[in-house]
Design a protein around this ligand. Structure first.
Ligand SMILES: Cc1cc2nc3c(=O)[nH]c(=O)nc-3n(C[C@H](O)[C@H](O)[C@H](O)COP(=O)(O)OP(=O)(O)OC[C@H]3O[C@@H](n4cnc5c(N)ncnc54)[C@H](O)[C@@H]3O)c2cc1C
Length: 467
């Protein structure tokens, strides 16, 4: 029987990053993946394919603005969805191949098959050819991720009533895509098909889309997406989703008890994701699963079995690839006897619509609820030279700083390239920067990043320069 210092179950961004860090620390490491492609949800049916389609559809949407830039396109510009989806697949396959390379390079043994606990130190791998191999791990890391969840009365048929996985590989542009759930995944995929010509309606139970983020971001994103043609039904509870041939009917009720009926040809159910532990036999290893289906962990990501850890979407916290990666690294270092730490307040949230949305730290709603006195510095993209040059005028940067100490408590942005700009805010907050610290740093001109400096100036003493 093969024996390893660390066995990792699941090869998503949590699992494969953890495997690399374990190998770097000198551990004999194995990783088990039930699918033939490594990379998990993120690489195969999540972050990477959705960003590939967002990029392709963004290029198409941009053509409408070419004339403003003095570019004349003659002849018809058409979408070839089959080719767009094929490009997405090529991006995914190439990236997954890159992970195989990284496993080889770091001498990590890869097992393909479903991993199930035999006991706290043994995992049986059920392979595609029907055979089973059992391996031993002194330490085991559960990184089995998540799957799309649904509502009890919705039957996902994967053809017309679909999840994000099917939405990433449609064979036609929907005429009317009804999206159930206005969270990040629904809004991103909604914008893809809106750009490609679909009518898109979003039904959201809460009173705003991207409800976990600062409400000013929801408001601005709603405004811009409405301008682009997306329709919103917020504060609406979906009551039924029925398929009839190629048609899908969605009924929802608002707070006043009024019912709306939306007739579409596809319904995308994006109401969140559930932790995935099917077939893992966690109980055989003494690993506790919570009522919500999450593997229970302590602050060191250790489960109820002391040599078994769990990371990523399968444990509490934000379901984000970079959160899973940080946890993968942290667990490897804990096993090596180090004392790593993750500040979960500083895990940024990102939405890859255009304008992009990004945030880190506390929202205004959270600060109000906790009674912290804070000040606000805001700066609109339309006052920025770089934004004017490119024509990306929507959005703003908002910095929330402690009223007494000036420490930055939260940064919330919507606008061009904010998902990249948020790294500056994370760095500043990791080093406990004040708004004044940021305002005194030189930012290259003309850049979108200047909006951060201007917002910091606004937060410092209402000293923004260009408004
Ligand atoms: C459409 C979409 C877009 C997204 N976009 C973003 C984004 O832009 N940015 C971002 O940060 N996050 C994004 N996410 C979320 C991100 O994909 C997840 O947070 C991330 O993949 C979680 O990583 P993980 O390692 O915990 O699990 P996963 O990536 O889910 O990987 C788990 C792996 O474990 C395998 N597995 C499960 N059980 C077993 C078993 N018993 N034996 C063997 N293998 C097993 C699974 O097959 C899977 O490959 C997106 C998600 C979706 C669906």
């Amino acid at each position: 029987m093969s024996s390893f210092d660390v066995v990792i179950i699941g090869s998503g961004p949590g699992g494969y990053v953890s495997a690399i860090r374990c190998a770097q620390l000198g551990f004999k490491t194995a990783i088990i993946e039930k699918y033939s492609n490594l990379g998990g949800t993120c690489l195969n049916v999540g972050c990477i394919p959705s960003k590939a389609l967002l990029s392709s559809s963004h290029h198409y949407a941009e053509i409408k603005h070419f004339a403003d830039h003095g570019i004349e396109v003659s002849g018809e510009v058409k979408v070839n969805l089959e080719k767009m989806i094929a490009r997405k697949k090529a991006v995914v396959d190439q990236t997954s191949g890159g992970i195989n390379y990284l496993m080889d390079k770091n001498k990590i043994t890869v097992f393909n098959g479903l991993g199930s606990f035999v006991d706290a130190t043994h995992v049986a791998i059920a392979k595609e050819d029907g055979t089973t191999e059992t391996i031993e791990g002194k330490n085991i890391i559960i990184a089995t991720g998540s799957k799309p969840s649904s509502l009890p009365f919705i039957k996902i048929d994967k053809e017309r009533i679909i999840t994000s996985t099917e939405a990433l590989a449609l064979k036609e542009v929907p005429k009317h895509l009804v999206i159930i759930g206005g969270g990040v995944i629904g809004i991103e995929l909604g914008q893809v098909y809106l750009r490609l010509g679909a009518q898109v309606s979003v039904v959201e139970f809460m009173d705003r889309i991207i409800p976990g983020m600062d409400s000013s971001l929801s408001k601005e994103l709603t405004k811009v997406l409405k301008k682009q043609g997306m329709k919103f039904y917020v504060s609406h509870k979906v009551q039924s989703v029925e398929r009839n041939g190629d048609a899908v009917t969605v009924q929802a009720e608002n707070a006043k008890g009024e019912t709306i009926t939306l007739e579409g040809d596809y319904a995308l159910v994006s109401v969140g994701r559930r932790p995935y532990t099917d077939g893992l036999n966690a109980d055989k290893a003494g690993v506790k699963i919570s009522d919500r289906g999450q593997v229970e962990v302590n602050d060191h990501l250790q489960t109820s079995a002391s040599n078994i850890y769990a990371i990523g979407d399968v444990v509490r916290g934000a379901m984000l690839a970079h959160k899973a990666e940080e946890e993968g690294t942290m667990v490897a270092e804990i096993i090596a006897g180090q004392k790593p730490h993750i500040d979960y307040n500083l895990i940024p949230g990102v939405v890859y619509t255009w304008p992009e949305v990004a945030a880190v730290g506390q929202t205004e709603e959270q600060l109000k609820a906790s009674g912290v006195e804070y000040k606000v510095g805001s700066f609109p993209f339309k006052a920025l030279g770089r934004a004017r040059a490119s024509g990306d005028l929507d959005g703003f940067v908002k910095i929330l700083a402690d009223a007494k100490t000036d420490e930055v408590l939260g940064v919330h942005m919507i606008g061009a390239r904010t998902v990249d700009l948020i790294a500056e805010a994370v760095t500043a907050m990791e080093f406990k920067a004040s708004a004044e610290d940021i305002s005194r740093m030189s930012h290259a001109h003309p850049t979108f990043a200047e909006a951060i400096k201007e917002a910091a100036l606004a937060a410092t003493d209402n000293r923004a320069l260009h408004v």
